[in-house]
Design a protein around this ligand. Structure first.
Ligand code: MG
Length: 377
């Protein structure tokens, strides 16, 4: 089986709002059509991609470059656009998937289900059984019911063996509404495979919001790391992750020297690509002398929220011989979680010694490392 994909992006639909056809409007910084192209381009069993464009779009920068695709000019109707794509498919191709560029959420799993069914059928299409009750309506009134048994909502990509589909298109009257109708009119057997509720066709502004949510969840995840060290000096307690732990010394620093909280704070700034504690709270500024470190942490958390990110989790490791962290771990997690507005099971505070090696082993100071994950929901 050698499979090509035709992605039909020649429509002019602007029902979704905006001036651009919907497939060229942006979701999370990229045109709608780019997502489907990327899914087919990265699928190991898709050998060629033909992108069918409206003649006006070919010379514009609307469509995504950087993919190995063949671009062809579409026709007046969807059928004419598919026919233009068919003409551009290379000779070794045995099977074809036809996809609507306005469905950005197509997945490799869905493509696999269709390819699997094409091993035993001339056609295979994804669809979802209708589960809502159906009515006829007119003038804002329900006029009657419609049994939903056996009804399906069709999706794309729709898959076909190439030669039978070519023959079907050659015989087509041109009145069929889609490729399945063309194929069935020519007597092809077309199997239904399970569609995907998220594989929506973008039609309205609300569809953009939904697709943005779904794609954003999948894609905008950020990780940051933080590292900090403070030196011991005279005192009787050290601040670690928001808890004053009794000890024979204290940590020295411009602020309260909470090394763990500093590492977590820097990890958040790092994930945002927005500097570090020193940039936001310069040590040269006497205002921050002796400051409680939760001020820094709360600033970073607020900055993340301002940028539309939620903190998913934070993991902090304290490196010291003494004081022993274990007895305070639960309280540290609870305090850090409270400052970050999270459940404490999303915060980890752990400790290790450095086997008496290095500056932490010689008990000259404490080091801390942290990793934080941010997600844009
Ligand atoms: Mg520090």
């Amino acid at each position: 089986m050698r499979t090509a994909a035709i992605i039909v992006a020649a429509g002019r639909g602007t029902r979704a709002g905006g001036d651009l056809p919907k497939q060229w409007q942006h979701i999370a910084g990229k045109p709608v059509a780019a997502y489907a192209i990327a899914q087919f381009a990265s699928h190991p069993k898709i050998h060629d991609i033909v992108l069918v464009l409206h003649p006006y779009d070919i010379a514009t920068d609307r469509w995504p470059r950087g993919f190995d695709i063949t671009v062809v000019e579409g026709g007046e109707t969807r059928a004419a656009s598919v026919a233009a794509g068919l003409a551009a498919v290379d000779r070794q191709t045995s099977h074809l998937l036809i996809h609507d560029a306005a469905r950005p959420l197509v997945t490799h799993e869905l493509i696999d289900r269709i390819l699997g069914a094409l091993e035993t059928h001339e056609g295979a299409v994804p669809a979802l059984a209708v589960t809502d009750t159906l009515w006829y309506g007119a003038d804002g009134q329900v006029q009657g019911g419609q049994p939903r048994d056996g009804l399906f909502r069709a999706q794309t990509p729709q898959g076909f063996a190439l030669d039978p589909l070519r023959r079907a298109h050659a015989q087509s009257s041109g009145d069929e509404t889609d490729d399945v109708a063309v194929a069935r009119a020519a007597g092809l057997d077309v199997a239904i495979v399970a569609g995907d509720e998220d594989n929506i066709k973008i039609t309205t502004p609300a569809d953009f919001a939904r697709a943005e949510r779904l794609l954003g969840n999948a894609m905008d995840i950020r990780v940051g790391n933080g590292y900090d060290v403070h030196r011991f000096g005279p005192g009787n307690a050290v601040w670690l992750c928001g808890v004053a732990v009794p000890h024979t010394r204290s940590l020295k620093g411009h602020s309260d020297a909470d090394v763990g909280m500093h590492a977590v704070t820097d990890a958040i700034y790092g994930a945002l690509g927005m500097g570090d504690i020193g940039q936001h709270f310069p040590p040269s500024d006497p205002h921050w002398k002796g400051a409680a470190s939760h001020i820094f942490l709360e600033h970073a958390v607020a900055l993340a929220a301002e940028q539309g990110y939620q903190i998913s989790n934070a993991d902090c490791t304290l490196v010291c011989e003494f004081p022993k962290v274990g007895p305070h771990q639960a309280q540290m997690k609870a305090v850090m979680a409270a400052y970050m507005g999270l459940q404490s099971d999303r915060i980890s505070v752990k400790a290790t010694t450095s086997e008496r090696l290095g500056f932490t082993g010689r008990e000259e100071g404490i080091a801390a490392l942290a990793t934080v994950t941010l997600v844009k929901p």
